[in-house]
Design a protein around this ligand. Structure first.
Ligand code: IMP
Length: 502
């Protein structure tokens, strides 16, 4: 007869945190959210430590190079989606590794013999008034000069004048070579009263422009997640089919950590993939695996040699795996069980394997619960897909802005490698849906709000860091009526557009 567990599985919404004594030094700005992402031995530390416990999901509608750059600049990590060709995924990884904050590719470029009429058309299109004049009119051509709106009068000029007659020519430009930091570029900008500083390679080809107006914004990211060469850290998804080709290409592109993208990680294919990576790259390449929901799955992947383990089946906002196949477990129960297994494993082997709670985060306090229950960091899809920086389209529907979001198991993503077994080629049924979610604006603004809520909750729990939270937190299951009591109740909420009756 089947083994039947007696406890029903629970989700985050079925728990609340009880307050502990808040000491006077436990203030939100003193809360440290640094957390390990990869395996380490007792007394040592993880080779990558996240500055905030956030990672973005391995999904087409979530993690491309753009989101990866924005999130790493705030201290978290993205895993760039693997349901694309090896070449295009490696290209995205390269873009993150080559990103230099404040160094931008010029998007408005013309040739010396272009006319002011061309300038007018271009500035209307881009909205930018600094134009790089290069020999071939591209962003990386040999720099001939710079033209700005201060070089000619829009209300009084001959539109047929050639750009070379009015631009600041190369011989009068202040420029720099590529081995300069943003701080140094900014010094030059102030010293010479420039609006922008061109950065050139040794042959005089334009690489980037650094703008005066961007400096402050770029200096405001003290949490940036960077490697020893000050490049942003980035992860990438892989699968258990083409890993022998995909992994070398990602390593070549500079990836820092990879993660097997699968709806069910308790499989021999995952073990083979981990063993291959560890045999060929040892500890120079970190690999995560999953997803699992219990001790059995954790132990299997831990023994296979993985560096971190992802937890969660069926809890994702776009996921229909539980409905389609009846496989899964409430996210809170899965995290609690796997965290216990991880702690036991640590006691036995002195090796700490971080775990990531993946999917099902709806409220910011769910993140605190996940961490308190033993997760080292969380992975989120819906949360990040709502922002400007995610790759999906923003649309206006019935007067409200929304973003598109679709599951990797949907017909749209066709991520066959994540869902099928072994060499099975087709996605015979869907395990995810294709939806709209409310648009939320910029990642940085939303993240700051989430972080302040998380830190504030942690202070209520008397915890100034994640380890302390895990030791001290007291968590209680809640009844349905307790949940109802927690929202505004027995009152009439005011609608914003009601006009008072005098
Ligand atoms: P969310 O943060 O609740 O939106 O969940 C995101 C997580 O759902 C991802 O990190 C994946 O683990 C999982 N996921 C992504 N696509 C699908 C799908 O199509 N079906 C089931 N789960 C999915």
């Amino acid at each position: 007869m089947a083994i039947i567990l007696q406890e029903s599985s629970k989700t985050f919404s079925e728990y609340l945190l009880l307050p502990n004594l808040t000491t006077k030094i436990c203030l939100p700005h003193n809360v440290n959210l640094r957390t390990p992402i990869s395996k380490f031995k007792k007394g040592e530390s993880s080779s990558i430590t996240l500055n905030i416990p956030f990672s973005s999901a391995i999904m087409q509608s979530v993690s491309d190079h753009n989101l990866a750059i924005t999130l790493a600049r705030q201290g978290g990590i993205s895993f760039i989606y693997q349901s694309q060709s090896i070449e295009s995924q490696a290209k995205m990884v390269r873009k993150v590794k080559n990103f230099k904050a404040g160094f931008v590719r010029s998007d408005s470029n013309l040739k010396p013999n272009s006319t002011l009429q061309d300038v007018k058309i271009l500035t209307q299109k881009t909205g930018h008034t600094t134009i790089a004049i290069t020999d071939n009119g591209t962003a990386t051509g040999k720099l001939s000069g710079i033209l700005t709106s201060r070089d000619f009068r829009m209300d009084n000029c001959d539109w047929d004048t050639s750009v070379s007659e009015v631009m600041t020519p190369f011989k009068d430009l202040i420029y720099s070579r590529n081995n300069i930091t943003l701080q140094e570029a900014n010094e030059l900008i102030w010293k010479h009263k420039l609006n922008s500083l061109p950065i050139l390679d040794k042959d005089g080809n334009l690489l980037y422009l650094v703008f005066r107006k961007d400096f402050n914004e770029h200096m405001q990211n003290p949490n940036e997640l960077i490697d020893t060469e000050k490049r942003l850290i980035v992860g990438a998804g892989i699968n258990t089919r083409d890993f022998k080709e995909r992994v070398p290409a990602l390593v070549e592109a500079g990836v820092d950590i990879i993660c097997i993208d699968s709806s069910d990680g308790f499989s021999e294919w995952q073990k083979d993939t981990i063993v291959y990576v560890k045999k060929n790259y040892g500890d120079t390449l970190l690999i995560g695996a999953g997803n699992v929901v219990d001790k059995e799955g954790f132990d299997y992947l831990a023994n296979a040699g993985t560096d971190f383990i992802k937890v969660g089946i069926g809890g994702g906002s776009i996921c229909i795996t539980r409905e389609q196949k009846g496989i899964g477990r409430g996210q809170a129960s899965a995290v609690i069980d796997v965290a216990n297994a991880r702690n036991e494993y640590f006691k036995k082997t002195s090796e700490y394997i971080p775990i990531c709670s993946d999917g099902g985060i709806v409220h910011d306090y769910h993140i605190v619960l996940a961490l308190a229950m033993g997760a080292d960091f969380v992975m989120m899809g819906r949360y990040f897909a709502r922002f400007d920086e995610s790759p999906s389209k923003r649309l206006r529907i019935q007067g409200s802005y929304v973003k598109e979001y679709w599951g990797e198991g949907s017909e749209r993503a066709l991520n066959i490698e994540r869902y099928s077994f072994g060499s099975e080629e087709n996605l015979s049924f869907e395990e995810g849906v294709d939806v709209y979610i409310p648009y939320a604006g910029k990642l940085k603004d939303n993240l700051h709000l989430s972080l302040s809520k998380i830190k504030s909750t942690m202070c209520n729990c008397g915890a100034a860091n994640i380890k302390e939270l895990q030791k001290k937190a007291r968590i209680t299951p809640v009844s349905y009526t307790t949940i109802r009591e927690g929202a505004a109740h027995d009152v009439t909420l005011k609608e914003k557009d009601i006009t008072p009756v005098s």
